[in-house]
Write a new protein. Structure first.
Length: 707
């Protein structure tokens, strides 16, 4: 779960103290780094421990106690949850029975992990020559190529939407797809199944539903552009509008987020591997797998994972990302290498949010402008690789696909023209669309063919309409008078004295209009026909016109941009997919209550003040009592030995055979005598007889985070 979802699930942040921060983090990720750097040192150290221990996976307070160690004491970890929740860097949910679960939002985790890896990949120690891209070969299993897939998951999602719009996608009584649809989709979709199969992705009806069909359905559902109804899957045109207006990089980033959150096992170090691979985005070169391995191990993110297991996970996820279209992949004699196709997850800390927002709005408004295709005299249309989704959608509606590769080719045919008419297009619409986007114009013979086909098909049609019938002449007269100065003029066509024809698409609009003029219609439609089904393949240009009309009706461009970014995207992120998710956070209620520091600090109030204020000597029995208190409270001690003070973190009292005792503790130690040598933390047994002074340390963060 990311900060944008948290913001929406807390009534746009109004129900949570960190709501404003969540919105800012989602819109301007650089603020994540600013907030992290502003934390006090103990709180920052505690967050570092949480990041490496669990990543974005939920954890309980019991888990926090188990992380008590040299990097951060248990007391500091426990108390740090309060300021971290206030800052929005950690969030919490409550299970049904009241247990609280904490988690680090996915985007915060990703940014902080990737930031820590910047510069950690010291390739100078790698005994391999510089990578030469032209020497890369396909990887050993033969299923991947050096080049990226022609369209990856984005192309398959698009082809699925086209199939649903043209053919429909009904569901059987058991809840799965019909065999005919499965066969057609399996032949249409191109996603490589083997990498995802190795990950152990689970989903219902696996015995009859191919993996690539299930994963593509899952992605479309989680994008929110496909919705499951009782008897079928249908397009969500609002979400289609939003995503068709986004660049391909936005699609790819969302696919990567879905894969990392829902397809990966709930194992922290696997998540570190996944986001470690993403950390090298924006680098215009191939990255060796060894560089990622070096960065992750050097920064301490995968200390528990064996080298062979780490390499296996790296390659499993590289194969998966390549299959999804997120990276280029190849190999040479020194191992695998990849090139991530998305920008870096580490934000530009100098980025200006206002300018970014304005740029994105400008890009949205020009989504169908300035890009296009070439119309050839042989009726073939060649689409450029960066052709926007909206243009591709219309091309699927008016032409037949011939080749789908780096350069997609379509062909105008009489059959394709007839299908376009069936989906609500006509000759004038098609010509206007081609003229707007054809980079070299429309050849005369193509215009002539469209004229000929329009004479042969579509001039006469059966219209399945709805009859609006009035029971008395006064009602009909009132409708005629009211419709003259309203939008109903285009919805109603009078026939006879008391009847009107209504196109099926506008029945709901007419119902609402009748209510406004005081003539509410009977709910039941005589004959029982469903009068609300729209045409199968909506016109993308019409959707844009509706969107622009809503903006002109009083919503400012900035407000509308915010709505599109938050509501549509958030709904898609929280949507239930086909694949069984490895996270359950979406099913729990967001916990908006943050404990007060005093509540967590209460156990320290019972300590004698002399134990915590000054360093002083004690009787051996009192020393033992202080050590026992430090172990119970999971905090540190300051000790003095031979006029030298040091901080220790006691973990156990060890009795000896003579009735004495020693302390097992983490101790800072210099590996050599150099003054600039960095301290190492070692675990040692200490003799309390050597202590000349002792003080129990109250966690410093309470000094920074008082309520």
């Amino acid at each position: 779960m990311n900060t944008l979802q948290l913001w929406k699930r807390t009534n746009e942040g109004q129900l949570h103290q960190a709501g404003a921060n969540w919105y800012t983090f989602a819109q301007q990720p650089a603020h994540i780094l600013h907030t992290y750097e502003s934390l006090s040192q103990p709180v920052q150290a505690a967050l570092d421990v949480m990041l490496k221990q669990v990543g974005p996976i939920p954890f309980s307070e019991d888990s926090v106690q188990r992380w008590h160690g040299a990097a951060s004491s248990g007391a500091e970890l426990d108390l740090a949850l309060i300021p971290l929740q206030r800052a929005g860097l950690v969030a919490a949910v409550r299970k049904t029975w009241g247990e609280r679960l904490y988690f680090i939002p996915t985007d915060i985790y990703a940014v902080l992990l990737c930031q820590s890896l910047q510069g950690a990949e010291d390739t100078s120690q790698l005994d391999v020559p510089l990578l030469e891209e032209y020497l890369l070969q396909p990887v050993e299993d033969g299923t991947m190529q050096v080049e990226a897939p022609s369209s990856g998951a984005v192309g398959d999602i698009f082809r699925l939407l086209v199939y649903v719009a043209k053919e429909g996608l009904p569901i059987t009584a058991k809840g799965t797809l019909h065999k005919k649809a499965i066969t057609r989709l399996q032949a249409t979709l191109s996603l490589h199944e083997q990498p995802l199969a190795k990950l152990g992705v689970q989903y219902p009806y696996a015995d009859s539903l191919p993996l690539k069909v299930a994963v593509t359905l899952d992605l479309a559902l989680r994008f929110g552009i496909l919705q499951k109804e009782t008897s079928r899957y249908v397009l969500n045109t609002d979400a289609v509008l939003h995503w068709f207006r986004q660049p391909i990089t936005a699609w790819l980033r969302h696919i990567a987020e879905i894969a990392g959150e829902h397809y990966a096992p709930a194992e922290p170090e696997v998540r570190h591997v996944i986001y470690g691979l993403m950390a090298f985005g924006g680098v215009d070169r191939y990255i060796r797998e060894h560089e990622v391995y070096t960065a992750l191990t050097g920064a301490g993110w995968v200390q528990r994972m064996h080298t062979d297991m780490l390499q296996a996970q790296l390659r499993a996820w590289l194969s998966t990302f390549h299959a999804l279209g997120l990276c280029d992949l190849g190999m040479d004699q020194h191992g695998w290498a990849y090139r991530w196709l998305l920008p870096s997850l580490v934000p530009d800390q100098e980025a200006d949010f206002v300018d970014d927002q304005a740029d994105e709005q400008a890009d949205d408004s020009d989504e169908l402008a300035g890009a296009g295709f070439f119309v050839q005299p042989d009726y073939e249309i060649m689409l450029l690789p960066d052709t926007p989704m909206g243009i591709r959608w219309e091309m699927e509606a008016i032409a037949e696909p011939v080749v789908s590769d780096k350069l997609d080719i379509y062909r105008l045919t009489k059959a394709a023209y007839a299908a376009a008419v069936e989906h609500g297009r006509d000759k004038d619409y098609i010509v206007a669309f081609l003229e707007e986007h054809a980079l070299s114009g429309i050849p005369d013979n193509v215009r002539d063919a469209l004229d000929l086909w329009s004479q042969q098909y579509g001039r006469v049609r059966f219209a399945e309409v709805v009859l609006l019938r009035c029971t008395d002449p006064d009602a009909a007269r009132s409708i005629r008078e009211q419709m003259l100065d309203s939008a109903a003029t285009s919805w109603l066509q009078p026939i006879g004295e008391q009847d009107f024809i209504v196109e099926r698409l506008y029945v709901a609009d007419v119902r609402r209009w009748l209510e406004r003029i005081g003539l509410e219609a009977v709910a039941r439609c005589e004959g029982g026909a469903d009068a609300s089904d729209p045409i199968l393949m909506p016109q993308f240009r019409n959707i844009l016109e509706q969107h622009e009309a809503s903006q002109n009706s009083g919503t400012s461009s900035n407000d509308q941009h915010s709505v599109v970014q938050t509501e549509d995207t958030t709904k898609s992120l929280a949507a239930k997919g086909m694949v069984y998710s490895t996270t359950s956070l979406q099913y729990y209620e967001i916990d908006t209550d943050i404990p007060r520091v005093e509540e967590r600090f209460a156990p320290f109030h019972d300590l004698p003040s002399m134990w915590t204020k000054t360093l002083r000597s004690y009787h051996l029995s009192t020393q033992k009592e202080i050590v026992e208190s430090a172990i119970r409270l999971r905090t540190s001690l300051e000790v003095e030995v031979n006029d030298k003070r040091s901080i220790i973190l006691p973990t156990a009292i060890l009795p000896d055979r003579n009735g004495g005792w020693s302390v097992e503790a983490f101790v800072a130690h210099k590996p050599n005598k150099a003054d600039d040598a960095q301290d190492e933390v070692i675990q040692a047994n200490l003799n309390p007889d050597e202590w000349h002074g002792l003080r129990l340390i109250v966690p410093e963060l309470v000094l920074y985070e008082r309520d």
